[in-house]
Design a protein around this ligand. Sequence first.
Ligand code: NAD
Ligand code: WQD
Length: 339
Amino acid sequence: MKQSPTVLLTGGAGFIGSHIAAELALAGHEPVILDNLCNSKIGVLDRLSSIIGRSLRFIQGDIRDVELVKHTLATHHVQSVIHLAGLKAVGDSVKEPLAYYDNNVVGTLRLLEAMHACNVRSIVFSSSATVYGNPDRLPLRESHPLSTTNPYGQTKLVIEEMLRDLHRSDSRWHICMLRYFNPIGAHASGMIGEDPNGVPTNLMPFVQRVAAGELKELPVWGNDYDTPDGTGVRDYIHVVDLATGHMRAMEKLESMGCEAINLGTGLGSSVLDVVRTFERVNGVRIPLAIKARRPGDVPACYADPSIAFERLGWKTQRTLDDMCRDAWTWQQFSATLGG
Ligand code: NAD
Ligand code: WQD
C-alpha cells in the first residue's frame, strides 16, 4: 500500500523539532525524524509516542551523509523537508567556528544535494532573528538589513544566501526561511521541552534550574540598557506556537518561491518581565545577581510578525504566562527522567 507523503524533520529530536513532530502528527501529517543525537536524547521518542498515541519513524544519522539522506527521502516518499538540524550555541561558535560551518553550512549543502537528487524541492529552513544583527529600527521587519555578530549567526546568513541563489537558479524550488526570535516554554503535557547539556546559556532554562534549586541564582547580564527597566528585551515565543507556524509554512510551501518570514509575538519582554512572570505564575522565587553586560548582546530585539499572518494565516496564541507555566511543568517532569 502506497504510504502518504511524509515530511522529513532534520534535527527532529531536538527542542523545537520534537514539538514540531508532535504538532504535525496530531494534525494527521506523517513526520519522519532524522537526527544524529549530538544534542538530544533518544528518550524523547518514547515521550513523543505517548503524546501522539503512536510511534514515529526515526533514523539516527547525520545530514552530511548524502547516501543516507537520499535513501531516507526515497524510501519514505518524502514530499517536503523541515530543516532544523544544526548547532546553535553562539559562544561555542566563537570558539569553534569551523565545526559550525561544517555542521550547519556543509550539512545544509549535503541535504540540498540529496533533495535535488531525489527531486524533492520543498524546504522550510530554520533561520534566526540573529541574522538581523543589532537592529537599527524596531519592530524588526523581514526587509531589515541583514548582518551578524558571530559565526553561528553567519552560518544562518550563509545558508539563507545559498537558498536564495538556489531558487534563482531553479524556480521549481519552494523555500520558506523562518526567522525565529526567542523560543521558550514546552508542550503542555510537560513531557517534552528544552533540555540543554551543562549550565544553560539561554535565559529560560537558567530560570528553570534556579527555581528547581539546581542553580543558586540568576545572573542578570546588565541592567543599564536603554530599555524600560534597564534589562535586555526580547520577543519570547511559545515553542508550540513556533511549531504550528512551521506546520502552516509547510502546508503553504507549494505557493512559495523563496521567502523569509518572522516567527515572533511582536511583543518585547525584559529579563525582569520574564523573571517576575515566572515567579508569579509558578509561586517560586528566583534570586538575582546583577552582572555586567554579556558581550554580543543587543539591548532589544522583537518582531513585526505581520507577514506571517498575511502569508501563513498564523499568529501566536500563547502568552508569557503560558510559556512560564509550561516551562516549569517540563522542568519538574524532566527532573524525574534519567540522564
Ligand atoms: P536543538 O539542539 O535542541 O536541536 C537541534 C537538533 O539537531 C538536535 O537534536 C541535534 O542532535 C540535531 N543535529 C545537529 N546537527 C546535526 C547533524 N549534522 N545531523 C543530524 N542531526 C543534527 O536546537 P533547537 O533549539 O531545537 O534548534 C533547532 C534549530 O532552530 C537550529 O537550527 C537552531 O539554529 C534554530 N534556532 C533555534 C533558536 C533557539 O533559541 N532555540 C532560535 C533560532 C533558531
Ligand atoms: C535573552 C536575554 C540576556 C541568560 C540567543 C541566541 C540566538 C537564538 C536565541 C539560536 C538577554 C539575558 C540570559 C542569563 C540573562 N538562538 N540573560 N541571564 O541571547 O536573545 O538569543 O538564543 O538561534 O541566536 O543569541 O537569548 O536567552 O541567551 O538571552 O540576563 O543567564 O536574557 O542578556 O538579554 P538571546 P538568551
